[in-house]
Design a protein around this ligand. Structure first.
Ligand code: NDP
Length: 253
């Protein structure tokens, strides 16, 4: 995507990023902070969140908050507590990037372990839903807020072996469409991003043998992540965007 945002695009914005300790989420959090946002970093591993927080402080950007939560075990009450803590820190939320995700073994449907299926649904669908429900009131307090879910090419067209992960991303697309429709007359817009193959730990676990040098890095795909959090996307809702339009799904050669 060719998008050249102004350096103050996200000034005065308050944005929560899930899975902010690593991979795409880490880069998104640092990028949002660089463009002026105050970020709230949510993730599983507190030390990784603290390192992102320190990096933001070292660059003299707006101080970040951190909240450690394992979405695999998170209950509705835990998600409510997240919202209560955020409400104690800040008056509203202008953006939420649901980025945390779980991918288990690539294996045929017939062989998927039930626990793997449950875990993927819990992290990618149930926890995402529960967090969204808890955070909606804070988002609706902003005059213009952006809710972004993370999808995948296998969430639009099923592919053999991608089982629970693919089904969870179809559910994510559905959640986005329903919410977008429900909020089309409010200040909240709701969209999905498909990052496309991107050089991260998750990608390496799915395609250990591909040529990593041919993959985009998280930093390369940030233009779309910025576009959807800033005012330039104000009228866009209910859309599933590609961070790498035209990229063919599958391993990089
Ligand atoms: P990574 O595995 O590199 O990072 C995922 C992040 O999510 C990590 O910070 C991880 O925490 C966090 N996370 C995972 N499980 C939990 C949990 N139970 N509770 C809280 N946080 C958790 O993944 P990517 O950056 O590659 O992926 C980001 C998103 O993009 C995902 O939704 C993925 O499905 C999607 N995606 C990625 C593609 C790619 O090629 N990379 C392609 C298409 C979609 P921790 O650091 O503690 O492990």
């Amino acid at each position: 995507m060719h998008y050249h945002p102004k350096s103050d695009l996200l000034n005065h914005r308050i944005i929560l990023v899930t899975g902010a300790g690593d991979g795409i989420g880490r880069e998104a959090a640092l990028t949002y902070a660089r463009f002026g946002a105050q970020v709230i970093l949510l993730g599983r591993t507190e030390s990784k969140l603290a390192s992102v927080q320190q990096e933001i402080a070292a660059r003299h950007l707006r101080p970040a908050f951190i909240y450690a939560l394992d979405l695999l075990t998170a209950s509705q009450q835990d998600c409510q507590r997240v919202a209560e803590q955020i409400a104690a820190w800040v008056p509203h939320l202008d953006g939420v990037l649901h980025n945390a995700g779980l991918l288990t073994d690539i294996t045929p449907m017939a062989e998927i372990k039930l626990q793997d299926w449950m875990d993927v649904m819990q992290v990618n669908v149930n926890a995402t839903f529960m967090l969204t429900q808890a955070l909606l009131p804070l988002m609706l307090k902003s005059a213009s807020s952006s809710l972004v879910f993370t999808t995948s090419s296998v969430g639009r067209e099923g592919r053999s072996g991608w089982g629970a992960y693919a089904v969870s991303k179809f559910a994510t697309e559905g959640m986005m469409q329903v919410l977008a429709e429900e909020h089309k007359h409010t200040g909240l817009r709701v969209n999905c991003i498909n990052p496309g193959g991107t050089r991260t730990g998750m990608r390496a676990s799915a395609f250990p043998d591909e040529n990593k040098d041919k993959l985009k890095t998280p930093a390369d795909i940030m233009p779309l992540y910025l576009y959807l959090m800033g005012d330039d996307s104000r009228r866009k809702t209910g859309i599933s965007f590609d961070a790498q339009p035209g990229r063919k799904a599958g391993p990089a050669e």
